[in-house]
Design a protein around this ligand. Structure first.
Ligand code: SF4
Length: 341
Protein backbone atom coordinates (compact mmCIF):
# COMPACT_ATOMS: atom_id res chain seq x y z
CA UNK A 1 0.00 0.00 0.00
CA UNK A 2 1.47 3.32 -1.02
CA UNK A 3 -0.80 6.02 0.31
CA UNK A 4 -3.94 7.16 2.09
CA UNK A 5 -6.42 6.12 -0.59
CA UNK A 6 -4.95 2.63 -0.91
CA UNK A 7 -4.92 2.13 2.86
CA UNK A 8 -8.47 3.39 3.19
CA UNK A 9 -9.61 1.09 0.34
CA UNK A 10 -7.87 -1.91 1.92
CA UNK A 11 -9.48 -1.10 5.27
CA UNK A 12 -12.92 -0.81 3.67
CA UNK A 13 -12.45 -4.20 2.07
CA UNK A 14 -11.14 -6.03 5.11
CA UNK A 15 -13.71 -4.93 7.72
CA UNK A 16 -16.45 -7.55 7.72
CA UNK A 17 -17.99 -7.20 11.19
CA UNK A 18 -17.85 -5.01 14.27
CA UNK A 19 -14.39 -4.35 15.70
CA UNK A 20 -13.43 -2.17 18.64
CA UNK A 21 -9.84 -1.13 19.20
CA UNK A 22 -8.43 1.09 21.91
CA UNK A 23 -5.62 3.59 21.61
CA UNK A 24 -3.90 4.87 24.73
CA UNK A 25 -2.63 8.25 23.68
CA UNK A 26 -4.03 11.78 23.72
CA UNK A 27 -2.02 12.63 20.61
CA UNK A 28 -3.71 9.78 18.73
CA UNK A 29 -7.11 11.06 19.85
CA UNK A 30 -6.28 14.60 18.72
CA UNK A 31 -5.02 13.32 15.34
CA UNK A 32 -8.16 11.22 14.84
CA UNK A 33 -10.51 14.06 15.79
CA UNK A 34 -8.63 16.77 13.91
CA UNK A 35 -8.56 14.79 10.65
CA UNK A 36 -12.18 13.58 10.98
CA UNK A 37 -10.98 9.98 10.65
CA UNK A 38 -13.88 8.47 12.61
CA UNK A 39 -16.33 9.74 10.00
CA UNK A 40 -14.59 7.85 7.19
CA UNK A 41 -13.98 4.53 8.96
CA UNK A 42 -15.88 1.56 7.56
CA UNK A 43 -19.15 0.75 9.32
CA UNK A 44 -18.54 -1.46 12.34
CA UNK A 45 -14.97 -0.28 13.00
CA UNK A 46 -14.66 1.69 16.22
CA UNK A 47 -11.63 3.20 17.92
CA UNK A 48 -11.94 4.37 21.51
CA UNK A 49 -9.54 6.24 23.74
CA UNK A 50 -8.27 4.60 26.91
CA UNK A 51 -6.21 5.98 29.79
CA UNK A 52 -3.76 7.83 27.54
CA UNK A 53 -3.85 11.30 29.04
CA UNK A 54 -1.42 11.59 31.96
CA UNK A 55 -3.19 14.60 33.46
CA UNK A 56 -6.62 12.93 33.22
CA UNK A 57 -5.54 9.71 34.93
CA UNK A 58 -3.96 11.53 37.88
CA UNK A 59 -6.47 10.82 40.66
CA UNK A 60 -8.11 13.53 42.71
CA UNK A 61 -6.12 12.54 45.82
CA UNK A 62 -2.90 13.56 44.04
CA UNK A 63 -4.41 16.89 42.94
CA UNK A 64 -5.41 17.42 46.59
CA UNK A 65 -1.82 16.66 47.64
CA UNK A 66 -0.56 19.30 45.17
CA UNK A 67 -3.03 21.80 46.65
CA UNK A 68 -1.87 20.93 50.17
CA UNK A 69 1.74 21.54 49.13
CA UNK A 70 0.74 24.90 47.62
CA UNK A 71 -0.66 25.80 51.05
CA UNK A 72 2.69 25.09 52.73
CA UNK A 73 4.35 28.18 51.31
CA UNK A 74 6.04 26.18 48.55
CA UNK A 75 6.40 27.43 45.02
CA UNK A 76 4.52 24.91 42.89
CA UNK A 77 5.87 24.42 39.38
CA UNK A 78 3.57 22.55 37.05
CA UNK A 79 2.50 21.95 33.47
CA UNK A 80 -0.29 24.33 32.39
CA UNK A 81 -2.74 21.46 31.90
CA UNK A 82 -2.76 20.69 35.62
CA UNK A 83 -3.69 24.22 36.68
CA UNK A 84 -7.43 23.84 36.21
CA UNK A 85 -7.91 20.18 37.16
CA UNK A 86 -10.37 20.23 40.06
CA UNK A 87 -9.30 18.91 43.45
CA UNK A 88 -11.61 18.59 46.43
CA UNK A 89 -11.06 22.23 47.41
CA UNK A 90 -10.49 24.05 44.13
CA UNK A 91 -7.70 24.09 41.59
CA UNK A 92 -4.04 25.06 41.56
CA UNK A 93 -5.09 28.01 39.43
CA UNK A 94 -7.42 29.39 42.09
CA UNK A 95 -5.74 28.24 45.32
CA UNK A 96 -3.99 31.55 45.99
CA UNK A 97 -0.56 29.93 46.33
CA UNK A 98 2.58 30.68 44.33
CA UNK A 99 1.87 28.35 41.39
CA UNK A 100 3.94 28.74 38.24
CA UNK A 101 3.52 27.13 34.85
CA UNK A 102 6.72 25.61 33.50
CA UNK A 103 7.58 23.78 30.30
CA UNK A 104 9.41 21.01 32.07
CA UNK A 105 11.32 19.86 35.12
CA UNK A 106 14.50 21.76 34.12
CA UNK A 107 12.60 25.06 34.36
CA UNK A 108 11.38 24.12 37.84
CA UNK A 109 14.99 23.47 38.88
CA UNK A 110 15.97 26.88 37.46
CA UNK A 111 13.39 28.49 39.77
CA UNK A 112 14.81 26.57 42.76
CA UNK A 113 18.31 27.86 41.95
CA UNK A 114 17.08 31.43 42.12
CA UNK A 115 15.15 31.31 45.39
CA UNK A 116 15.52 30.30 49.03
CA UNK A 117 11.96 29.02 49.04
CA UNK A 118 10.99 25.37 48.56
CA UNK A 119 10.04 24.51 44.97
CA UNK A 120 7.88 21.46 44.20
CA UNK A 121 7.49 20.18 40.64
CA UNK A 122 4.26 18.27 39.97
CA UNK A 123 5.77 15.43 38.01
CA UNK A 124 3.15 13.69 35.86
CA UNK A 125 3.58 11.65 32.71
CA UNK A 126 4.19 8.22 31.28
CA UNK A 127 7.40 6.54 30.12
CA UNK A 128 7.88 9.52 27.80
CA UNK A 129 8.54 12.11 30.50
CA UNK A 130 9.82 10.09 33.47
CA UNK A 131 13.34 9.64 31.97
CA UNK A 132 13.70 13.43 31.61
CA UNK A 133 12.83 13.87 35.29
CA UNK A 134 15.25 11.09 36.19
CA UNK A 135 18.02 12.74 34.13
CA UNK A 136 17.41 16.03 35.95
CA UNK A 137 17.51 14.42 39.42
CA UNK A 138 20.80 12.77 38.47
CA UNK A 139 22.28 16.26 38.04
CA UNK A 140 21.88 16.83 41.80
CA UNK A 141 19.42 19.74 41.91
CA UNK A 142 19.45 22.09 44.94
CA UNK A 143 18.08 20.87 48.29
CA UNK A 144 15.09 23.24 48.10
CA UNK A 145 13.82 21.29 45.08
CA UNK A 146 11.49 18.27 45.22
CA UNK A 147 8.84 16.52 43.13
CA UNK A 148 5.35 15.22 43.68
CA UNK A 149 5.87 11.96 41.83
CA UNK A 150 2.74 11.10 39.82
CA UNK A 151 4.25 9.07 37.00
CA UNK A 152 2.50 6.06 35.51
CA UNK A 153 3.43 3.07 33.32
CA UNK A 154 1.11 2.15 30.44
CA UNK A 155 1.39 -1.71 30.27
CA UNK A 156 -0.07 -2.44 33.77
CA UNK A 157 -3.18 -0.39 32.89
CA UNK A 158 -3.54 -2.40 29.67
CA UNK A 159 -3.26 -5.59 31.71
CA UNK A 160 -6.02 -4.35 34.01
CA UNK A 161 -8.28 -3.46 31.07
CA UNK A 162 -7.75 -6.87 29.48
CA UNK A 163 -8.46 -8.69 32.74
CA UNK A 164 -11.65 -6.67 33.30
CA UNK A 165 -12.87 -7.18 29.75
CA UNK A 166 -15.55 -4.52 30.20
CA UNK A 167 -14.71 -2.65 26.98
CA UNK A 168 -14.88 -5.80 24.72
CA UNK A 169 -11.73 -4.86 22.89
CA UNK A 170 -10.37 -6.63 19.81
CA UNK A 171 -6.94 -5.11 20.26
CA UNK A 172 -4.82 -2.07 21.05
CA UNK A 173 -3.18 0.64 19.02
CA UNK A 174 -0.02 1.19 21.06
CA UNK A 175 1.16 4.72 21.86
CA UNK A 176 3.88 5.75 19.44
CA UNK A 177 5.50 8.36 21.68
CA UNK A 178 5.66 6.04 24.69
CA UNK A 179 7.10 3.24 22.54
CA UNK A 180 9.83 5.54 21.17
CA UNK A 181 11.21 5.49 24.72
CA UNK A 182 10.15 2.11 26.10
CA UNK A 183 10.18 0.05 22.92
CA UNK A 184 7.46 -2.56 22.63
CA UNK A 185 8.93 -5.82 23.90
CA UNK A 186 7.04 -5.55 27.20
CA UNK A 187 3.72 -5.60 25.32
CA UNK A 188 4.43 -9.02 23.82
CA UNK A 189 3.16 -10.75 26.97
CA UNK A 190 -0.40 -9.66 26.17
CA UNK A 191 -2.27 -12.23 24.07
CA UNK A 192 -4.16 -9.66 22.03
CA UNK A 193 -3.56 -7.98 18.66
CA UNK A 194 -1.43 -4.83 19.09
CA UNK A 195 0.08 -2.40 16.59
CA UNK A 196 2.42 0.50 17.32
CA UNK A 197 1.15 3.41 15.24
CA UNK A 198 2.31 6.89 14.31
CA UNK A 199 0.27 10.07 14.28
CA UNK A 200 -0.46 10.99 10.67
CA UNK A 201 -3.93 9.94 9.45
CA UNK A 202 -2.31 7.37 7.14
CA UNK A 203 -0.32 5.95 10.08
CA UNK A 204 -3.53 5.48 12.06
CA UNK A 205 -5.40 3.94 9.12
CA UNK A 206 -2.49 1.56 8.55
CA UNK A 207 -2.46 0.66 12.25
CA UNK A 208 -6.19 -0.11 12.13
CA UNK A 209 -5.78 -2.17 8.96
CA UNK A 210 -3.01 -4.24 10.56
CA UNK A 211 -5.12 -4.74 13.68
CA UNK A 212 -8.14 -6.00 11.73
CA UNK A 213 -5.84 -8.26 9.68
CA UNK A 214 -4.39 -9.79 12.85
CA UNK A 215 -7.86 -10.48 14.24
CA UNK A 216 -9.01 -12.06 10.97
CA UNK A 217 -5.91 -14.24 10.75
CA UNK A 218 -6.25 -15.32 14.39
CA UNK A 219 -2.92 -13.77 15.38
CA UNK A 220 -2.16 -11.90 18.60
CA UNK A 221 1.18 -10.18 18.12
CA UNK A 222 2.83 -6.81 18.49
CA UNK A 223 3.47 -5.29 15.08
CA UNK A 224 5.21 -2.02 14.35
CA UNK A 225 3.55 0.37 11.89
CA UNK A 226 5.79 3.23 13.01
CA UNK A 227 9.33 1.93 12.30
CA UNK A 228 10.60 5.38 11.32
CA UNK A 229 10.47 6.33 15.02
CA UNK A 230 10.02 3.17 17.11
CA UNK A 231 12.25 0.16 17.61
CA UNK A 232 11.55 -2.95 19.66
CA UNK A 233 14.27 -2.00 22.17
CA UNK A 234 13.30 1.67 22.45
CA UNK A 235 15.68 4.15 24.02
CA UNK A 236 17.66 1.90 26.35
CA UNK A 237 19.65 4.76 27.86
CA UNK A 238 16.49 6.66 28.79
CA UNK A 239 14.94 3.59 30.40
CA UNK A 240 18.17 2.86 32.30
CA UNK A 241 18.12 6.39 33.71
CA UNK A 242 14.47 5.96 34.67
CA UNK A 243 15.25 2.78 36.64
CA UNK A 244 18.31 4.38 38.19
CA UNK A 245 16.09 6.95 39.93
CA UNK A 246 12.62 5.38 40.15
CA UNK A 247 11.16 2.00 41.06
CA UNK A 248 7.70 0.61 40.23
CA UNK A 249 4.96 0.89 42.86
CA UNK A 250 1.25 0.16 43.22
CA UNK A 251 -0.90 3.24 42.56
CA UNK A 252 -4.46 4.28 41.86
CA UNK A 253 -5.39 5.83 38.50
CA UNK A 254 -8.43 8.03 38.04
CA UNK A 255 -11.21 5.68 36.99
CA UNK A 256 -9.21 2.63 38.06
CA UNK A 257 -8.45 1.01 41.39
CA UNK A 258 -4.88 0.57 42.61
CA UNK A 259 -3.03 -1.13 39.74
CA UNK A 260 0.00 -3.17 40.79
CA UNK A 261 3.38 -1.85 39.63
CA UNK A 262 1.74 0.86 37.50
CA UNK A 263 3.38 3.87 39.16
CA UNK A 264 6.84 5.11 39.92
CA UNK A 265 8.33 6.19 43.23
CA UNK A 266 11.74 7.56 43.99
CA UNK A 267 14.36 5.04 45.06
CA UNK A 268 15.64 5.44 48.65
CA UNK A 269 18.81 7.24 47.52
CA UNK A 270 16.66 9.97 45.87
CA UNK A 271 14.12 10.30 48.70
CA UNK A 272 15.36 13.77 49.57
CA UNK A 273 13.57 14.92 46.42
CA UNK A 274 10.24 13.39 47.48
CA UNK A 275 7.86 16.27 48.32
CA UNK A 276 5.42 13.95 50.14
CA UNK A 277 8.16 12.81 52.53
CA UNK A 278 9.66 16.26 52.89
CA UNK A 279 6.40 17.98 53.87
CA UNK A 280 4.58 15.10 55.57
CA UNK A 281 1.78 15.03 52.97
CA UNK A 282 -0.09 11.81 52.21
CA UNK A 283 -2.22 10.89 49.22
CA UNK A 284 -5.74 9.88 50.12
CA UNK A 285 -8.32 8.09 48.03
CA UNK A 286 -11.21 10.42 47.12
CA UNK A 287 -14.59 8.94 46.20
CA UNK A 288 -16.08 10.30 42.99
CA UNK A 289 -19.16 12.36 43.76
CA UNK A 290 -20.04 14.31 40.62
CA UNK A 291 -21.90 13.56 37.41
CA UNK A 292 -18.58 13.61 35.53
CA UNK A 293 -17.98 10.24 33.82
CA UNK A 294 -14.26 10.72 33.15
CA UNK A 295 -13.71 7.39 34.89
CA UNK A 296 -15.74 5.58 32.21
CA UNK A 297 -14.24 7.63 29.36
CA UNK A 298 -10.75 6.66 30.56
CA UNK A 299 -11.71 2.96 30.60
CA UNK A 300 -13.06 3.16 27.05
CA UNK A 301 -16.63 2.23 28.04
CA UNK A 302 -18.18 5.67 27.42
CA UNK A 303 -17.68 8.38 24.83
CA UNK A 304 -17.41 12.01 25.95
CA UNK A 305 -20.81 12.73 24.37
CA UNK A 306 -22.39 10.10 26.67
CA UNK A 307 -21.81 12.52 29.55
CA UNK A 308 -24.88 14.64 30.23
CA UNK A 309 -22.63 17.58 31.14
CA UNK A 310 -20.71 17.51 27.84
CA UNK A 311 -20.98 20.84 26.00
CA UNK A 312 -23.47 22.15 28.56
CA UNK A 313 -22.23 22.48 32.12
CA UNK A 314 -18.79 21.22 31.02
CA UNK A 315 -16.92 23.02 28.22
CA UNK A 316 -13.25 23.81 27.51
CA UNK A 317 -13.91 27.28 28.95
CA UNK A 318 -15.61 25.92 32.11
CA UNK A 319 -14.32 22.37 32.58
CA UNK A 320 -15.87 20.11 35.22
CA UNK A 321 -13.55 17.12 34.89
CA UNK A 322 -9.90 16.61 33.91
CA UNK A 323 -10.78 15.14 30.51
CA UNK A 324 -12.14 18.58 29.55
CA UNK A 325 -9.12 20.40 31.00
CA UNK A 326 -6.13 18.70 29.44
CA UNK A 327 -5.23 19.21 25.80
CA UNK A 328 -4.78 15.41 25.70
CA UNK A 329 -8.18 14.79 27.31
CA UNK A 330 -10.84 13.08 25.19
CA UNK A 331 -13.66 15.45 26.23
CA UNK A 332 -11.70 18.58 25.38
CA UNK A 333 -10.58 17.13 22.04
CA UNK A 334 -14.14 16.08 21.15
CA UNK A 335 -15.47 19.51 22.12
CA UNK A 336 -12.83 21.42 20.16
CA UNK A 337 -13.13 19.33 16.99
CA UNK A 338 -16.89 18.73 17.19
CA UNK A 339 -16.18 15.02 17.31
CA UNK A 340 -19.14 12.62 17.15
CA UNK A 341 -19.44 8.87 17.70
FE1 SF4 B 1 -16.25 14.87 32.91
FE2 SF4 B 1 -16.84 17.05 31.49
FE3 SF4 B 1 -16.03 14.88 30.25
FE4 SF4 B 1 -18.40 14.93 31.40
S1 SF4 B 1 -17.76 16.16 29.64
S2 SF4 B 1 -16.91 13.28 31.48
S3 SF4 B 1 -17.99 16.23 33.17
S4 SF4 B 1 -14.82 16.10 31.69
Amino acid sequence: MSGGKDIKKALDEIVDREYTFMHICGTHEAAIAKSGLRSVLPKGLKIVMGPGCPVCITPQGEIDAALELAGKDCIIATYGDLMRVPGTKGTLDSCGGDVRVVQGVHKAVDIAKETEKEVVFISVGFETTAPTVAATLLTNPPDNFSILCSHRFVPPAMKFLLEQGEASLDGFMLPGHVCVVSGYEMYEKFAVPQVVAGFEPDDILLGLYMLVKQVKEGRAEVENAYPRAVSKEGNKKAMEMLYQVFEPCDVEWRGFPVIPKSGLRLKPEFKKYDALDKFGVTIKHVEKNSACICDKVLRGIADPTDCKLFGKACTPQNPVGPCMVSHEGACRIWALYNQKK
